[in-house]
Design a protein around this ligand. Structure first.
Ligand SMILES: [Zn+2]
Length: 194
């Protein structure tokens, strides 16, 4: 299965070192994941963005401004994706193509948005398991229980969505990794999912 993280400017209540903490947990437990990076976040945090790539995590594009993609004109759409692409390349040294994740999942099922992405070299990358880890009331054990249950129910190829700036995510992640591993799961990047 694939653990995926939307690496972005967090909502409240954001954990200032959340993304660093997630990286440390993944490193400690020898797990590779996929990081959908917001362009503006990469500009603000170039060394952490570089660290994510240097630790072997797959780098994707999570737009520049984090606006719902369906609100953008075709021109603004292309500009936003390209701006993010340049910022991510500059910070990480990696081309995020073809991996793209729509902010808020908005437009992820929309054929017009999917083909607009396709024209500029991207494919929208959705998820199967969303533990709503960003909610103020989310707890580490609660998020972990939900992810383990739903990822196990989905089985092979499950893609899990996390937000690394959420406090609950940092607490849930070791439980998720250990719990799913005990159940026989193997963690891969999106480009290794068959
Ligand atoms: Zn996002």
């Amino acid at each position: 299965m694939a653990l995926t993280f939307d690496v972005e400017h967090g909502d409240q209540p954001a954990h200032p070192d959340g993304t660093r903490h997630v990286l440390e947990t993944l490193t400690d437990r020898k797990v590779v994941a996929t990081m959908f990076i917001q362009g503006r976040w990469a500009q603000a945090n170039p060394s952490l963005a570089r660290d994510l790539a240097d630790h072997g995590h797959l780098i994707g594009n999570h737009s520049h401004h984090h606006a719902p993609m369906s609100w953008l004109s075709p021109k603004a759409f292309d500009q936003d994706v390209r701006l993010a692409e340049r910022a991510i390349r500059r910070a990480t040294g990696h081309d995020p193509r073809p991996w793209f994740r729509c902010p808020f999942g908005d437009g992820s099922e929309d054929p017009a948005i999917r083909s607009a992405l396709d024209r500029i070299g991207y494919r929208e990358t959705s998820w199967h398991v969303d533990p709503f880890d960003w909610r103020g009331k989310a707890t580490g054990p609660g998020v972990a229980r939900l992810v383990i249950e739903e990822a196990t129910a989905h089985g092979d190829g499950a893609v899990v969505l996390f937000h690394p700036w959420s406090r609950a995510t940092g607490r849930a992640l070791p439980l998720v990794i250990d719990g799913l591993r005990a159940a026989g799961a193997r963690f891969v990047r999106m480009d290794e999912l068959s």
